[in-house]
Design a protein around this ligand. Sequence first.
Ligand SMILES: NC(=O)c1ccc[n+]([C@@H]2O[C@H](COP(=O)([O-])OP(=O)(O)OC[C@H]3O[C@@H](n4cnc5c(N)ncnc54)[C@H](O)[C@@H]3O)[C@@H](O)[C@H]2O)c1
Ligand SMILES: [Zn+2]
Length: 401
Amino acid sequence: MNVDKARIVELPEAAVYQQQFTVRYDFPVHFTEGVFDRDNPLFERVLCRFEPAKRHRFAVFIDANVAASWPALAHEIAAYAKGRGTALELVAEPEIVPAGEQSKNDAALVTRLQQRLADLAIDRHSYVVGIGGGAVLDLVGYVAATTHRGVRHVRVPTTVLAQNDAGIGVKNGVNAFGRKNFLGCFAPPHAVLNDSRFLRTLHPRDRIAGIAEAVKVALIRDRVFFEWLEASATALRAFEPAATARMIRRCAELHLRQIGQGGDAFESGSARPLDYGHWVAHRLEALTAHELRHGEAVAIGVALDARYSVQVGMLPAGAEDRVYAMLKQIGFHLWHPALESRAASGRLHVLDGVAEFREHLGGELSITLLADLGRGEDVHDIDEDGVARAIAWLRRKEIGQ
Ligand SMILES: NC(=O)c1ccc[n+]([C@@H]2O[C@H](COP(=O)([O-])OP(=O)(O)OC[C@H]3O[C@@H](n4cnc5c(N)ncnc54)[C@H](O)[C@@H]3O)[C@@H](O)[C@H]2O)c1
Ligand SMILES: [Zn+2]
């Protein structure tokens, strides 16, 4: 492009103020059991973190499946607040929110919850507490962040995936115009309270699905963790409490480290270092109309991208078989017919995931592959035939043809 030099005008210095400031964020991610037990001081302490002498108002939104699995929960929260009435004021009965990915697909629900906060006179010093899976937390976080330009929000993640990944980061958002997480914001929570007790009522599918994020982050960041996961696959599949707790803790730690120390917490650059395996996963979720859980789709993406990494000579051959074998041992089903669905032109639908990935961040395409077990490396180009070959490999492994 020819730049019209005549139009580049030197601005007189006095006409420019270079605005600059830094905002510091810090929030605790607690691990506890029985967060609303009367004798557990954690929730009160967390809400009183900034102004210990004040009485703090809070509103609560609960994932419908959590409310159904824990019928006494709303009552326990009310009793907890009552028992600590000098410090806490629950502004209304906890509100039940439709659960799962559908809660992120419903624009009217965002408005309804914002209206609820208006009705309850929630102000910027009050708290909005979200209790639920990653989907409900994304929704409630978005509602909190857009009300009064940001009300303090506390997340209580109740799935494996929300405790080790979705609930501990800085992103909030909902789906719109057929795109996942199209509307959203970076708004760190006031605090995160991971309560292991909630996990007891999880559907086995959701217990397993969340382990995919641990495998993912181990593969790109921590070989020792990968080998531990490999050795613990049977215990994890059986949801043994000690192995599960360790898996969640280490996975959360690695995510927190990347967000806090990776240098790009609000993702202004082109890289998405925590999204290994996700370009396929996001597309698969959409192609299956969310029949696949996020974690289930991630497990497929993790296996495929391991194979693709071998094909392009980045990862030593045989490593992809290890990744595949461990995911199987944990209990993942690693095939969905949507992997092979094609447009009229014959092009695989999943390949649209590459373009979506690029479009989401802007800038150069950046996809993390594996340079070794425990070491991710970004590439800027994906070979479509290579993806088709990786899919054929997975098909042979999974259904033998
Ligand atoms: N904000 C982020 O940084 C981030 C990161 C990763 C994923 N995510 C999002 O997180 C979502 C996936 O989260 P998820 O895997 O937790 O799925 P989910 O929220 O859909 O929860 C899975 C199912 O478990 C139910 N459930 C939740 N807790 C339960 C409990 N204790 N007992 C019984 N049932 C319970 C839910 O109602 C739902 O039906 C996706 O929307 C994904 O995009 C967000
Ligand atoms: Zn994910």
